[in-house]
Ligand binder design. Sequence first.
Ligand code: FE
Ligand code: FE
Length: 308
Amino acid sequence: MQKLLSPEEIATQAGSEGSTNRLPAPHLFAERAARLRTLADGHAMGDFLRFAARLADAQQSRLDKLTAPRPDSAHLERCRQHGMPPLDAQGAELPADWQDSLKALAADVAAHAPAGLQNAIAGLADIPAERLDALARAILRCEETLSNPLELALAPLIGAALQVQWTARAQALQVGDIPSGFEDSLCPACGSHPVASIVRIGDAGHGVRYAACSLCACEWHVTRIKCVPCHNTRDIAYQGLENEQGNPHPAVKAETCPECHSSLKIVSMEKDPFADAFADDLATLALDMLVDETGFHRAGRNLFLFTP
Ligand code: FE
Ligand code: FE
């Protein structure tokens, strides 16, 4: 009988060739912006999706100017051995230049932002740097410490700035730097929650499913027909959107788990080769409402929609 490997053994054996992880693409945010504009056409939330596209464009401009260092090899080795995320978003120091990213994004999108965010951007200079750091940490740790309306309005912009910083850091990694083979519910690169999962085509393996990180945009392999948050495989079911014309967004389904009552979306590139986990998640909030009505809570985290 063949011996089953422990997660640690799998991780140690997995080199860059056998890696089950994917690093973010160089033009990730520009591609996302294009996808958001396509999805905005004729959509009930078209204005919101077009604004999200502007914000994604601003993220790409900022990302293009950033260079992040690769962590030292001793740190990477330790993380790989113990299955720890090398770019830990919960405990580690904030990147020194993250507030520069926040201000760059604010300047880029201010003229086009919804009224609430415009007011918040106008008041940004009055918020002490220490308070902005505290807000960023609260978002990274999913803590409910944002209470006043101005801070809540700023949250998606802070989330967008943090995404840029962590994506730059993830792009500085080599794929073998990330612990592999754990199939965890959190990102193996930064420890954040997934935004959704995506079934890929082409070089990533036809029909292979990955969970997409809500922060650093790395992707990690997850088995199909298996709950990402709790790993249950029994009685997994799927829900899609429906209107008089049929399914308005056939590339997105919600996978529901009767064990933990959570639901994570599956975005299928087999159905639409231009699908993007983050963009298609934003365009299918109606599906979250539908799933919520049947007793399942949303497991995906989208930093443009601030929910602690
Ligand atoms: Fe991540
Ligand atoms: Fe579950």
